[in-house]
Design a protein around this ligand. Structure first.
Ligand SMILES: *Cc1c(COP(=O)(O)O)cnc(C)c1O
Length: 428
């Protein structure tokens, strides 16, 4: 780990070219790698030496970018995946198997909720969802003998709840399991969950890290702080010989710093194959080079838009953890002192019709199923992602028909506010 500040790591972390080598990260557009002897290659297969043999497992371009993300999060190792979904699947599946159980915050991204509650259930992995606001006693009560992981999102998409990471980590550790935190929305620029006790951090790099709506991707970072061997009974895959790798015991051979990511790469990436393409890793790195500059502006615009909306009589409510009075304001002050993200959600009086009329009039904010992009965009869940629900079901799900989620981009905040203002004028 370097001693450089986060801003410097964003720009120069992960890749350190030697004399006469490319200044920018090279895109190693090659599926395979050449060796002089079979013995050389054999050592790679036995994990005796590190190196590359096939891009489904590892590629130098990806590794440079993963190293930067590991540094940004303050972790010991990281890997890139083809998407954020793949990152959460692999992070969980690396320590869960048929018969395992997960405790997860109920306030998480819809895709992850489905992954855990439907697809992982088909693999025989159970889940107990807990409120992000649950007390320690309530969290404790959700754990079972077979619980292998606890999961939450620093700032949940789209609910904008803020996770009390220390509390979740404390409970997870009391039960001898790691806390996995999806840190997509704040990014390490605004929060580093490992400093608060998280053991594994995941990302949909598709969002702010890429930041330009260019490439779908994900990342997994290991803090290197979870002692697998101390809980060897729970994690036999890490702590007993892997017969598919000549009897290697990951936690022994690679220690706390490397076991999780090495196993995730050599078993899961090998078998599931959801690697990020080197070309996309290159785009992701371009995004990372300005992440620290962009996050500041996203937060500034999010805060300004949230404050403007709050002052408007046609707006029933605004959710933004940076607003004094928001349910998560105090927690956000603790974990997100520099601000959280650029996503704001608000509800208009007049429900679905008002939301439709409002969004139709917007000129700068485009209607998109996306967030965390340089360009401002918005979505009315009732007419898009939650379209199959009626108004009563929507209200019960905490997504009222008049709710709009706006992701503030990098434009001038005065232009954004002027756009919202003229659109509100068209609402009855
Ligand atoms: C978008 C998102 C995901 C899924 O990521 P993809 O890159 O779309 O697969 C996971 N978690 C959070 C918090 C997200 O916002």
């Amino acid at each position: 780990m370097s001693d450089y500040k986060l801003n410097t790591i964003c720009v120069q972390g992960g890749y350190h070219p030697g004399n006469g080598e490319p200044r920018q990260i090279p895109i190693v557009q090659s599926t395979t790698f050449k060796y002089d002897t079979s013995e050389d290659m054999g050592k790679l297969f036995d994990l005796e030496t590190s190196g590359y043999f096939y891009t489904r497992l590892q590629n130098p371009t990806n590794d440079y970018v993963a190293a930067k993300i590991a540094e940004l999060e303050g972790g010991t190792a990281a890997m890139l995946t083809s998407s954020g979904q793949a990152a959460n699947l692999m992070a969980l599946f690396n320590i869960c198997e048929c018969g395992s159980h997960i405790v997860a915050s109920s306030s998480i991204y819809g895709g992850t909720f489905n992954l855990i509650s439907v697809t992982m259930a088909k693999m025989g992995i159970g889940v107990t969802f807990v409120s992000p606001d649950a007390t320690e006693e309530e969290l404790n009560a959700a754990f079972q003998e077979n619980t292998r992981a606890m999961f939450g999102e620093t700032i949940a998409n789209p609910a904008l709840t803020v996770l009390d990471i220390e509390k979740f980590a404390k409970v997870a550790h009391a039960h001898g399991v790691p806390l996995i935190v999806d840190n997509t929305f704040p990014t390490p620029v605004n929060c580093r969950p490992i400093e608060w006790g998280a053991d594994i951090v995941t990302h949909s790099t598709t969002k702010y890290m890429d930041g330009h709506g260019t490439a779908v991707g994900g990342a997994i970072v290991d803090s290197g702080k979870f002692d697998w061997m101390a809980h060897a009974d729970k994690y036999p895959d890490l702590c007993t010989p892997d017969e598919s790798y000549h009897g290697i015991v990951y936690a022994e051979k690679f220690g706390m710093a490397g076991a999780f990511i090495t196993k995730c790469t050599s078993q899961l990436m090998r078998d599931l194959g959801c690697i990020q393409s080197p070309q996309n890793a290159f785009y992701l790195n371009l995004g990372l080079e300005s992440l620290h500059v962009r996050m500041q502006r996203h937060v500034e615009n999010g805060q300004a838009v949230a404050e403007f909306l709050q002052s408007q009589p046609k707006v029933k409510s605004v959710s933004y953890p940076g607003l004094p009075g928001d349910k998560y304001y105090e927690v956000a002050q603790k974990y997100l002192p520099k601000g959280g993200c650029g996503v704001v959600s608000f509800e208009l009086y007049g429900g679905r019709a008002a939301a439709e009329a409002f969004m139709k009039r917007l000129k700068l904010a485009a209607i998109e199923t996306h967030v965390a992009d340089a360009r401002t965009c918005c979505l009315n869940p009732a007419t898009s992602t939650h379209r199959q629900m009626n108004d009563e079901q929507l209200a019960a799900a905490g997504v009222p028909a008049g709710l709009i989620r706006i992701s503030c981009g990098l434009e001038d905040k005065e232009d954004l506010i002027a756009d919202l203002k003229q659109a509100l004028e068209g609402v009855e």
